[in-house]
Design a protein around this ligand. Structure first.
Ligand SMILES: [Zn+2]
Ligand SMILES: [Zn+2]
Length: 248
C-alpha cells in the first residue's frame, strides 16, 4: 500500500515539476509528457534499431542473406578477443548529437537512459547472459577533468535492464593515450598497446563479461580491453556499444 501512495505522490510531483519547468527531450527538444524522462517516446523508438542485416561479429550493416559467422569484409582479417559487438545504431545524425552530449557531466542521466535502451535491445536480440557488466575505463586524469566517465553511466543503464551487477574498476587505464579518432588503424593499435591492465583476476576468472563502450570504430579499444580480460581468465567477452562508426 505504501508503494501505491509513493507512486501517486511521485506522479503528482513529476506533473508539478513539469508545470513549473517544462522538460524537453534531450534529442529532439520537443516538450516531454509527464511520464517521459530525458527522451520522448518517439525518440526512444527511433533509437531502437530495426532488424536489418548486420555482421554477426562487428555489427556492420551487410547485404541480406550473407553468412557472417566468420565476419564480414570489414572485420574478416581482424583478430578479436571478444565474441561479437552489439550496437544500438550508427554514429550519425541524432546518435552523434546525443553521444557528444553525454560526454559532459550534465549528460550523465541521458547516458544512463541510452544505456537502458541498449540493454533492452541486447535482451531482445542476444542469448548471451553475462555474469556481470563492466565498461571501458578512462584514465583517472581524464575522469577528473570531465567529472564523470560516460561509459560507466551507459553500463549502469544496461545493468539495470539485464538485472546483472555492474562491476566497475576491474580494468584500469594505466597510460593517458591520444584520442583514437584521427589515427590510422596501425597507429590506433600502437597508441593503445598495454594501455589497460587488471588486478582483479579473482573476479574475472571463468566469467562471462559484457563490456560496454559508447562508440566503436575499428574495435581496437574494445579489443585491447577484451584481451586483458581474457588473459585474466574470462570465459567469454561480448561488447555492447551505443553506436558503430566507420572511420578507418
Ligand atoms: Zn524526442
Ligand atoms: Zn564484420
Amino acid at each position: 500500500m505504501t508503494n501505491l501512495y509513493e507512486q501517486i505522490a511521485s506522479q503528482w510531483l513529476q506533473a508539478g515539476l513539469h508545470v513549473c519547468a517544462p522538460a524537453l527531450c534531450h534529442s529532439c527538444n520537443n516538450l516531454l509528457d509527464y511520464d517521459e524522462t530525458w527522451l520522448c517516446n518517439g525518440c526512444r523508438e527511433w533509437f531502437l534499431p530495426p532488424n536489418d542485416s548486420k555482421c554477426m561479429r562487428c555489427n556492420a550493416r551487410v547485404g541480406p542473406h550473407l553468412d557472417t559467422t566468420d565476419g564480414c569484409l570489414l572485420c574478416k582479417r581482424d583478430y578479436f578477443y571478444f565474441d561479437r559487438v552489439v550496437t544500438l545504431g550508427f554514429y550519425q545524425s541524432q546518435f552523434k548529437d546525443v553521444i557528444l552530449r553525454i560526454k559532459h557531466l550534465q549528460g550523465e542521466q541521458l547516458a544512463r537512459t541510452l544505456g537502458t535502451l541498449l540493454g533492452e535491445h541486447f535482451f531482445r536480440t542476444q542469448e548471451f547472459s553475462p555474469d556481470f557488466i563492466t565498461c571501458i575505463p578512462v584514465h583517472w586524469w581524464k575522469r577528473l577533468i570531465r567529472g564523470h566517465n560516460q561509459t560507466e553511466a551507459i553500463a549502469t543503464g544496461v545493468a539495470d535492464i539485464l538485472k546483472k551487477p555492474f562491476v566497475n574498476s576491474i580494468l584500469r587505464k594505466i597510460r593517458h593515450t591520444s584520442e583514437q579518432s584521427g589515427l590510422l588503424p596501425t597507429e590506433r593499435r600502437k597508441n593503445l598497446r598495454q594501455a589497460f591492465t587488471s588486478d582483479s583476476q579473482a573476479l574475472i576468472q571463468g566469467k562471462k563479461i559484457l563490456l560496454v563502450d559508447d562508440v566503436l570504430t575499428t574495435g581496437t579499444t574494445a579489443n585491447q580491453a577484451a584481451k586483458v580480460l581474457i588473459a585474466a581468465g574470462a570465459e567469454r567477452v561480448v561488447v555492447a556499444v551505443l553506436a558503430r562508426s566507420f572511420g578507418r
